[in-house]
Every structure is written in C-alpha cells, then in structure tokens.
Design a protein around this ligand. Structure first.
Ligand code: DC
Length: 205
C-alpha cells in the first residue's frame, strides 16, 4: 500500500530499535527510508579526519554516507558532538525536507524529526527502551563486528550520548507531544514492528 505523500517521523535514543523498525515499516508500506543519524555520522567521520564540523556538513556528499566505519563508537561520539552545532543542523535541513516530501511516502528516523524537521508529519513515533537494554543490544552489535569492548563501556557511551543529545540547546532529542510512544524494552522485534505498523495503518486508513 503506498500513499501519494505521507510522512512518518520516528525519533528516539540510540539503540532503541528505530533502524530495525523503520526498515520494516518502509518495506511494509513501500515508503522511502532515511536514517538521519547517518548524515550526522558522516559529518562526525569527516571531523575525525581533521575537517571542522561546519565545513564537513556543508560539503557532505552521497559518497560520504557510504564511508567505512560509520557505525563505530568513535564516529557516534563525533556525530553527537557535531550535532549540537546549529550550523551543522542547518546545513542538513534542506536534504531532509526534500526527502520527507517525496511522492510515495517517506519515513525518517533520528532525534528531532517529529519536533523540528517534520513537525507536520502524518504519524510520529518515539521509540525508546531502558538504557541497560539498549546498551546490551549495542554491545552485541559491536562484538559481532569484532569490536573490543564491554557492557560498562557501552552503557557509559550510550548514557553520555543520550545526555548530550537530549540536553543540547538546538533541536534536542524529545518526543513530540503527539508522538506514539513505543517502549521496546520488553518487546520482541516482531511486536515492536507491529506496534509501529498499527499506528501508521490507523492514519493511512
Ligand atoms: O541515530 P544515530 O545513533 O546513528 O545518531 C548518531 C548521532 O547523530 C546521535 O548521537 C545524535 C545525532 N543525531 C541528531 O542529532 N539528530 C538526528 N536527527 C539524528 C542523529
């Protein structure tokens, strides 16, 4: 089922399951999907190579989004730091707006989609889970990729990133007042995806 123009905003903290849920939702409804965290990660990666965050954001190319190592903890940290700068966020605005407005429907996931990027989205989701559950999930991902880390390190990283992302002055991570909250702490992937599909199907009907 596709809609001519239909935008879903999906926000929430790191490792809550946004990516998995959004990919499944996009496949189910035929929406295009944008992981906006990847934009900030690509900017963060360029800052680790010595570029200033603003220059990195203003010169971002599609190729930067396919760079190696964008999922690493070091890049996540650099992304979160760069994301606190208003000029960096401003440089990434037009691309996100164009993506959201494309025919056929779009789902964007990030931290400020329902509050800042697409405040008029047809459906807003806020996907969350306890910090311990999120850290355990992220630990398993990192270990599977061969990273040398442990639970305490990952929990500290996740908590520090949550704090910076939710306390920054510009576009802090926050659930929109009209967002549907999905807490995945005690949900399996199928249940979480179904909850998101149900929220969207209700609006598409
Ligand atoms: O979703 P992620 O973990 O890939 O995001 C990496 C960082 O990018 C995150 O810590 C905060 C920032 N970010 C943001 O500020 N706004 C978004 N819409 C998406 C990500």
């Amino acid at each position: 089922m596709t809609a001519p123009r239909f935008t879903v905003a999906c926000d929430g903290p790191a490792a809550a399951g946004k990516g998995t849920i959004c990919r499944a939702v996009a496949a189910h409804f035929g929406f295009a999907h944008l992981d906006t965290g990847l934009l900030y990660r690509a900017v963060g990666a360029k800052t680790l190579s010595g570029m200033t965050p603003i220059e990195a954001a203003e010169t971002l190319t599609a190729q930067d989004l396919t760079a190696d190592g964008l999922r690493s903890a070091a890049v996540a940290e650099a992304a979160s730091r760069a994301a606190s700068l208003p000029q960096v966020r401003a440089a990434l605005l037009a691309f996100q707006h164009e993506f959201a407005a494309q025919p056929g429907g779009a789902i964007l996931d990030g931290r400020d989609i329902g509050t800042v990027i697409c405040p008029g989205a047809d459906v807003k989701l806020f996907i969350t889970a306890s910090a311990k559950v999120r850290a355990e999930r992220r630990l398993q991902e990192l270990l599977a990729e061969g990273a040398d880390t442990d639970f305490a390190t990952v929990l500290a990283d996740v908590t520090a990133r949550d704090k910076r992302d939710s306390e920054r002055a510009v576009a802090p991570m926050r659930a929109a007042a009209d967002a549907v909250l999905i807490d995945t702490s005690c949900l399996g992937i199928d249940q979480a995806v179904q909850a998101a599909i149900d929220a969207i199907a209700g609006k598409l009907a």
